[in-house]
Each structure stands twice: as structure tokens, then as C-alpha cells.
Design a protein around this ligand. Structure first.
Ligand code: KG4
Ligand code: ZN
Length: 334
């Protein structure tokens, strides 16, 4: 069963075809990120205008790369929320029109849950995973992106409960804001990740709010702490950007690791799925691998390309929703 996925929730215009919810036949992502860089963040109006221009050609490219035509598409999955409203409308309108014209079923997919689904996909850059075991459900899911930081309990694909979330800034947003203070440009996560690798030190320390006994996060405090630190120390040339990047990243990673594993213990699950742009962070990957192994928990990260926004994760999760819908229709008919 070939599902066409469409994703336009932020700056990306993305289309992908996934076979049977697992094998990626094509995965096209066109981003307008360069046009937003000078503003230090995404400008919704620019994003949705670009998506209007690109959606047709991106879908055509996904078909040609998958060596398929529209006749080979069995269903369509599209991101419905959360996201920028103008951007979502472009993808939704396109998908609804296509579903109507092709007489193929349409399912609407939540972008955040789809980030966790990226762990179930097989792409060109993780072909070796083809025969390895799939993540087992139930699982705990950590989604850390530019707009969201949440912890989920994932019973099955249609039962995903959010048990924790950020009370203020998202993890990726915090990386971006701290990077801006350090004049590193946008998006800042990858730059901080790179600089932190050579900034190891014990002189600079920041801490994140812990919110004991809760699966919620808060990152606005550490952002302010970095700001005050830079205000008081920058001119004295006693610290390097790398050292600040290291200390900031260490603290964010530590709270993400701690809360994710605590929820695994609480829910008594042995599988942890991670997704979203910040899942590309090398320190988070290393720390979680190590800490999870000690507790006998299996942690899954998508390959780097599937950590960021893409339509393959939408098509993959959409496949399961379409199957569930078809099953319910059949049951209802009996
Ligand atoms: O999932 P995503 O592509 O978009 C949203 O749905 O928000 O995530 C983008 C976010 C940005 O905030 C970016 O700075 C962050 O992911 N990011 C990283 C890394 N790569 C991307 N943060 C930390 N380390 C990275 N290596
Ligand atoms: Zn995302």
C-alpha cells in the first residue's frame, strides 16, 4: 500500500511516498529556511507563500523519484496540526483536492506524534535497519523540536497520551535563542552542538528548572541565566563561546535524559522513542544511549535526515490510521 504524505506545518514543503508504513520510496523536502534567516526565525507569511508555489512540483518530484504515478497512490496523509495556520492550509487544501480527484482516502496526522513514527521507517541512509527489530510498543516518546518538547506514553499508534510538556520555551527554541545571544545565526541548534564538542569545561555552569515529580519541562530560566552570564562576563574575555555552548547544552541534555528515563521507569516500559530536530543533537544521542543502556531500556533515534521535518513520517503514521479506519468500516458493516 503506497501512501503519499504531505507536510507543510512550518518552513518546509515536503512530500513523500512510503510503502506499507515502513519503506520510504521517495522523500522530498524543500525548505524556505534561507529566506527567514535574516529575521532570526520563521516568518509565517513568507513560509506559506513559498509553499503555495512549491507544493505542486514537490509532489510531482516525490512521484517521479518513487517511479510512480498518481494511479499507484492508495491513500493520502497530511499534517493537520500543530503548525502555522497559513502553511497547514496549503498542505490540507492540496491533499483534500487530490483525495477528491483521485477518489482515494485521506487521513489527517498530528505532526508531533509523527516525529516519533520516524523511528519505524527505513530510508536510504538506514537501509541496514531493514532487518533489525522494530521498536516495541508500548513505549515512552520524547519529542524535542523547535516548537515542542513533550513526553508521551505510546500504547499503540492510535493511543498516544501526552504526559509532559514544556511550560514555556521548547528545547529547540531555547537552542535557537541562546545561539542568537552568541551571534551564531538561525537555526542555532546545529551550531551549538558543533561548538560544544570543543568547549568542555567545569568553569561555566547553568541549570535547568527540574520541576520534581513531573514530566513537564521549563527552559525559559536557563535562557535568562545564559543572558545574564553573557552580560556579566562577555567583555572580560574569560569565557569562550564554545564553553558557554557546552555548559548550556549539558544542562538541557541532562534534564531531557532524566525526565525521559524517569517516565520509562514510572510506566514500566523498556522502549524509548526520540524524535524532532533536537534528536539530531550529538550530546543528547550519546547521553541517552549510555544512560538508557544502564537501565536496560532500548532507545531509538531516527537517522539525522528524519529527525527534522519531513513527509515520510506523516505517510508512515497515516498508513496505520488508514488501516484502522478501513478495519472499523468493515466491522461497522458486519
Ligand atoms: O523538528 P524540527 O525540524 O522543526 C519543528 O518541528 O520545530 O526542529 C527544528 C529545531 C530547531 O530549533 C533547531 O535548532 C533544532 O531543531 N536542531 C538542533 C539540532 N539540529 C536541529 N538542536 C540541537 N542540536 C542539533 N544538532
Ligand atoms: Zn517538527
Amino acid at each position: 500500500m503506497n501512501i503519499l504524505g504531505i507536510e507543510t506545518s512550518c518552513d518546509e514543503t515536503a512530500a513523500s511516498i512510503v510503502c506499507n508504513g515502513r519503506r520510504i520510496l521517495s522523500n522530498i523536502v524543500s525548505s524556505s529556511l534561507n529566506e527567514h534567516k535574516k529575521y532570526g526565525g520563521i516568518v509565517p507569511e513568507i513560509a506559506s507563500r513559498r509553499q503555495m508555489e512549491l507544493i505542486n512540483s514537490v509532489v510531482k518530484k516525490a512521484l517521479s523519484e518513487g517511479k510512480l504515478t498518481l494511479k499507484d497512490i492508495d491513500g493520502i496523509a497530511v499534517t493537520v496540526s500543530p503548525g502555522l495556520i497559513g502553511s497547514l492550509l496549503v498542505g490540507l487544501s492540496f491533499a483534500r483536492a487530490l483525495s477528491f480527484a483521485l477518489k482515494r482516502p485521506l487521513v489527517e496526522v498530528n505532526h508531533i506524534q509523527a516525529h516519533l513514527y520516524a523511528n519505524f521507517l527505513v530510508s536510504a541512509d538506514n537501509r541496514q535497519n531493514k532487518n533489525t527489530t522494530l521498536p516495541r510498543l508500548p513505549a515512552v516518546g520524547l519529542v524535542v523540536s523547535g516548537g515542542h518538547s513533550s513526553l508521551f506514553y505510546l500504547k499503540n499508534f492510535s493511543d498516544c497520551q501526552r504526559l509532559g510538556a514544556t511550560l514555556d520555551d521548547a528545547a529547540g527554541e531555547t537552542f535557537d535563542k541562546v545561539a542568537r545571544m552568541l551571534n551564531l545565526g538561525y537555526p542555532g541548534g546545529p551550531m551549538i552542538d558543533r561548538l560544544a564538542a570543543t568547549g568542555k569545561n567545569n568553569r561555566v555552569n547553568f541549570s535547568c528548572a527540574q520541576i520534581p515529580e513531573s514530566a513537564d519541562f521549563s527552559f525559559s530560566g536557563i535562557k535568562t541565566a545564559v543572558w545574564y552570564y553573557l552580560r556579566d562576563h562577555w567583555d572580560k574575555k574569560k569565557v569562550s563561546v564554545n564553553m558557554v555552548a557546552y555548559a548550556f547544552q549539558k544542562s538541557v541534555v541532562s534534564v531531557l535524559v532524566k525526565k525521559s528515563l524517569a517516565l520509562c521507569q514510572k510506566k514500566n516500559v523498556k522502549t524509548l522513542l526520540v524524535g524532532g530536530g533536537v534528536a539530531a543533537n550529538s550530546a543528547l544521542r550519546d547521553s541517552l544511549w549510555r544512560a538508557a543502556r544502564e537501565q536496560n531500556i532500548k532507545v531509538f533515534f531516527p537517522p539525522l535526515t528524519l529527525c527534522l521535518d519531513n513527509a515520510a513520517m506523516i505517510a508512515g503514521l497515516g498508513y496505520h490510521f488508514l488501516k484502522i479506519n478501513a478495519h472499523q468500516r468493515k466491522e461497522g458493516g458486519n
